[in-house]
Ligand binder design. Structure first.
Ligand SMILES: Cc1ncc(COP(=O)(O)O)c(C=O)c1O
Length: 388
């Protein structure tokens, strides 16, 4: 069996942001305009454009996806004594947003097919204290929205959509993040479009939007003042400072116009991976993701599940030696040091644990060439089967 020589080894990172001269020029122009503040003319115009494009009543740019989640928890009045159900297989920001309001995260299992919340497990965990459910659309694939919306309606719960991975993704034609009571995007550097660090908060409720605006502006009604709706602004609620600078909004405005092209290219590469790896899935050597037909994903990441943690780590190391930046993802929150310490969580969650232990993400970004993607598949196949 031939192994690649040092000269033949490529360097294929997990992700490369799709930014260039246009973004750099936009940032420079924003700096030189002298209006660098948050929600300046560029940010305000972009918020209107995003709201119109997504057909959502309110879009608020934020300093991160984490902060957008904090706005959601605060503006939905989640507080002390409340419980919020979320997947254990997710990012710490989801639990932090709830805990910072004094409420308790309750973890539920995911489905192995798409690593999104299992509505049956969610239903089992609803109590009198439950106030909301957070649907994290993993990899930009919609959660089972029909079942989750039904549960929320039946029990009078709020639905928060964490669409951090889902820029441009839809469910039955509706943009993810705009279907529940509140939703969020992330524009972190690893996401499909980026301004380095940034996020957006969405809601169709005027009162939720008003509270989110207050919270984002240090607990003041400055946003209403800037729109000329009040003559001065006051301290009106608790809050913090989550407003995106116009310099970053300028970068994001360029990126916003590229979503369709970026996601289409990512989708092409995703399909290439799926086709190239289908036989390995059929042989039980790996498990490909599966999702319902009513999803229109953002193709945010391509992941596979391997049979064991040992096998995943072995394959990951072998691919690293080939120069391929394949890597793991979330470690389940219920089994994390903080989850155990502050929540005293003891119950095993086998599917979330399996995802944490066996998941491998393959490089996916719109600058990845077909040749690179084939090289990634070759490296994976070689690691799994020894074949060339
Ligand atoms: C599901 C999910 N939610 C929220 C976040 C936080 O986003 P940000 O890094 O913009 O704060 C992340 C980060 O990757 C995430 O994966």
């Amino acid at each position: 069996m031939k192994t690649p020589t040092a000269a033949a080894v490529r360097r294929i990172p997990l992700h490369v942001p799709s930014v260039g001269r246009a973004e750099a020029d936009a940032a420079a122009d924003a700096v030189l305009s002298g209006r660098l503040v948050g929600r300046g003319p560029i940010g305000a115009a972009l918020e209107d454009r995003i709201a119109a494009d997504l057909k959502v009543k309110h879009a608020l740019l934020t300093t991160s996806g984490s902060h957008a989640l904090e706005l959601a928890a605060a503006s939905l009045k989640i507080g002390r004594g409340d419980e919020v159900i979320m997947p254990s297989f997710t990012f710490s920001s989801v639990a932090n947003a709830v805990m910072r309001q004094g409420a308790k995260p309750v973890f539920a299992e995911v489905k192995l097919d798409d690593l999104n919340l299992d509505p049956e497990d969610v239903a089992r965990r609803i109590t009198k204290k439950t106030k909301a459910i957070v649907a994290v659309h993993y990899a930009g694939v919609a959660s089972d929205m029909e079942a989750l919306l039904r549960l929320c309606r039946k029990h009078g719960l709020a639905l928060i959509e964490d669409a951090a991975h889902s820029v441009g993704a839809k469910w039955r034609g509706r943009p993810l993040g705009t279907i529940g009571d509140a939703g969020c995007y992330s524009f972190h550097s690893t996401k499909n479009i980026t301004c380095g660090e940034g996020g957006a908060f969405f809601t169709n409720s005027n009162s939720v939007a008003e509270r989110a605006e207050w919270f984002r502006e240090k607990g003041t009604n400055r946003s209403a003042f800037l729109r000329g709706e009040v003559r001065k602004y006051d301290w009106v609620s608790e809050g913090s400072s989550f407003v995106l600078s116009d310099v970053l909004a300028a970068v994001l405005a360029v990126q916003w116009g590229k979503i369709a092209a970026i996601n289409a290219e990512r989708g092409r590469l995703y399909a290439l991976y799926q086709d190239a790896l289908r036989d390995l899935d059929a042989r039980g050597l790996l498990r490909l993701p599966r999702f319902a037909k009513d999803c229109e994903p953002s193709w945010h990441l391509f992941h596979i599940l391997l049979p064991t943690r040992r096998e995943r780590d072995r394959v990951m190391d072998a691919m690293k030696a080939d120069g391929v930046g394949a890597t793991f993802h979330y470690q389940p929150l219920h089994a994390s040091p903080f989850g155990k310490k502050v929540l005293g969580w003891k119950e095993p969650m086998p599917l979330s644990e399996r995802a944490g232990a066996t998941l491998l993400r393959l490089p996916l970004y719109d600058g990845l060439t077909t040749e690179d993607a084939r090289y990634v598949c070759g490296s994976l196949r070689r690691a799994l089967t020894g074949a060339r």
